[in-house]
Design a binder for this molecule. Structure first.
Ligand SMILES: NC(=O)c1ccc[n+]([C@@H]2O[C@H](COP(=O)([O-])OP(=O)(O)OC[C@H]3O[C@@H](n4cnc5c(N)ncnc54)[C@H](OP(=O)(O)O)[C@@H]3O)[C@@H](O)[C@H]2O)c1
Length: 284
């Protein structure tokens, strides 16, 4: 019985693959760059991609459970749809998909509409399915390391709203818990959040306390954030989604969920613990 992990060179898939392999499970990873797998000990590596059906066929041989995770792109629906099509021709019987809280057809951001479309595809497929829906990742804050170090501030379009940010290491641990015994989680959607909903003032206060330096939160408009990202070379579709994602969350999307603790057996990582673990990234 083998588990195939996609996105294994990424944050969530990598954590899930390492946890499962360390616990003795038979784990295979589909990766585009086979030289980027030094931290995937005891994981079988198969080169391939979502575009390459022949590689998917090979990677799925003898697999019963598939973890489906990729990176947002304008082609997400077609690419993940191709993976599901190839899985239907294979021995795969359960698919665990990394989705997102806020996935809905009328979302103002494409990545949420795309997640909804693939989630629906999976729900009407012949597979047993489980959806993992995290809130915004704490790791997104790593993108502000430079401005924290050099300008002492985080400029972001999050207004004064509160978001239950979650650590990707927790999302990976929750994925591993489900992948270990997928039939117990069939037809379930789990919402994965941190222990508290944080405003960005809370975020900079926690960061300031950890690095012992006052860091400011500057609330900027989605439009100016999008312009700055575009000017720095981020593709237009991505700049739009990153700039407008905060306003795409409804109030009900921002509640703390008990699902992580129920799956993993302890509470999720706090923002303070996240910053402690990444102190060298932010401190001068
Ligand atoms: N950021 C957030 O706050 C947030 C919140 C909720 C949900 N999410 C969702 O989480 C997912 C991203 O998870 P993550 O952060 O763990 O991923 P990540 O670190 O961005 O890594 C993406 C992974 O997907 C692989 N990949 C991308 N395109 C591929 C292709 N065409 N064929 C095969 N593999 C491909 C990448 O391989 P390479 O190493 O070769 O590039 C990498 O292993 C997205 O679906 C996103 O919408 C994100």
């Amino acid at each position: 019985m083998t588990i195939l992990i996609t996105g294994a060179t990424g944050q969530v898939g990598g954590t899930a693959a390492r946890i499962l392999a360390a616990s003795g499970k038979s784990v295979r990873a589909l990766v585009r760059d086979t030289s980027a797998t030094h931290d995937l000990n005891s994981v079988q590596i198969v080169g391939g991609s979502f575009e390459d059906s022949a590689s998917l066929k090979l990677a799925m041989q003898g697999v019963d459970t598939l973890f489906l995770a990729g990176r947002d792109s304008p082609d997400t629906v077609a690419l993940l749809g191709n993976v599901l099509q190839q899985a239907e021709k294979s021995s795969v019987c359960h698919v665990v998909k990394l989705s997102a809280i806020g996935a809905r057809p009328g979302s103002s951001v494409e990545l949420m509409r795309d997640h909804y479309a693939v989630d629906q595809m999976l729900k009407v497929s012949p597979f047993g399915w489980t959806l993992l829906q995290p809130h915004l990742y704490m790791q997104n804050l790593l993108r502000f390391a430079d401005s924290v170090q050099h300008e002492g501030k985080i400029s972001a379009p999050m207004a004064d709203r509160r978001f239950p940010l979650v650590d990707t290491r927790d999302v990976g641990a929750a994925a591993a818990a489900v992948l270990r015994n997928p039939s117990a989680h069939a037809r379930r959607t789990y919402q994965l959040t941190g222990p508290k909903a944080y405003s960005y003032d809370d975020v900079v206060n926690a960061l300031s306390a950890v690095i012992q330096r006052h860091i400011l939160y500057e609330a900027v408009s989605p439009e100016s954030f999008e312009k700055k990202l575009s000017e720095s070379g981020v593709p237009g579709w991505r700049a739009f989604d990153l700039a407008h994602i905060a306003s795409a969350y409804e109030a009900s999307d921002c509640r703390v969920s008990p699902d992580f603790e129920a799956l993993v057996g302890h509470g999720p990582t706090s923002i303070e613990a996240f910053f402690e673990d990444h102190i060298s990234v932010f401190a001068k």
